[in-house]
Design a protein around this ligand. Structure first.
Ligand code: F6R
Length: 259
């Protein structure tokens, strides 16, 4: 695992974008697959990727995008459904054709339909050849995707209940907490681990304890993001505030400097 600590969130976005672009290029695939997180954390990164597209150094015309997760039960076209968020924040500005975006299906009317949708999502991921570069954020409670604390480390895409903490954290995107769905369909931790390269971005003091637990705590379902420790090609890009709880900072800095 590589840990890069940079002065500001803008630096995090720039550096992470460079890693994503390099990773997609290194995949050497006609139709590379980019794994897409939602939430606030990757917005700066997406803006940097959009700038690269405008500058001609990135072309996602033949790429495929796979979302990490989706809420269950939001009406089709709801502006906060992750499909709509990604159409807005990624497809339009980055030139990823909307018909090449896949999002877990949270529209199933009952458990059977949701489970069938989750199974189909895993099939689609495998048919696309897997994710080349997976962009990730981290929840303040250590969740990864919507894998809340307690999630099985080998889990696959499935329906999960959202924790109260996550619903409160995400209420800012809705009119109120009562509008935040209670359930989601999320890639499992095992699904995330199948991606060839992981790039996690975090900024701000609110993420410091989750980042410290994920990077320096035990590999544990209690902190789902700790599965990054298990992945052979994971890079974590942090600003100073998000890195403030790390104990091995000197080592990360020396490694990043090539020492
Ligand atoms: C979103 C996702 C979540 C977020 C996490 C952080 O697709 O999978 O794990 O990355 O909740 O959210 P922000 O970035 O809004 O703090």
């Amino acid at each position: 695992m590589e840990v890069l600590v940079l002065p500001t969130a803008a630096d995090v976005a720039r550096r992470a974008a460079g890693i994503v672009i390099a990773g997609l290029g290194a995949a050497r695939r006609a139709e590379p697959v980019i794994g897409l997180a939602t939430g606030s954390s990757p917005l700066g990164l997406y803006a940097e990727l959009a700038a690269a597209v405008r500058a001609g150094s990135l072309d996602l015309d033949r790429a495929r995008g796979f979302a990490l997760d989706e809420y269950v039960g939001l009406p089709v076209g709801h502006p906060q459904s992750y499909r709509e968020v990604l159409l807005r924040e990624v497809c339009a500005p980055l030139g990823l054709p909307p018909d090449r975006l896949r999002v877990p299906d949270g529209s199933g009317r009952d458990e059977e339909a949701l489970v069938a949708g989750a199974t189909e999502y895993e099939r689609l991921l495998a048919a696309a050849g897997g994710v080349d570069v997976q962009i990730l954020g981290i929840g303040a409670n250590g969740h990864l995707g919507f894998n809340e604390p307690g999630s099985a480390l080998s889990s696959r895409t499935r329906v999960k209940r959202l924790s109260d903490r996550t619903r409160h954290d995400n209420a800012r995107f809705f009119d109120g907490i009562e509008d935040v769905p209670t359930h989601c369909v999320t890639q499992g931790l095992g699904t995330v681990l199948d991606a060839r390269r992981l790039v996690l971005v975090a900024s701000g003091p609110g993420k410091a304890s989750a980042v410290a637990a994920a990077l320096e705590g035990p590999l544990s379902a209690s902190c789902p993001a700790s599965v990054l420790q298990w992945h052979a090609d994971a890079t974590v890009v942090l600003d100073e505030a998000a890195a403030s709880g790390l104990r091995n900072r000197d080592y990360y800095d020396a490694s990043a400097a090539g020492l």
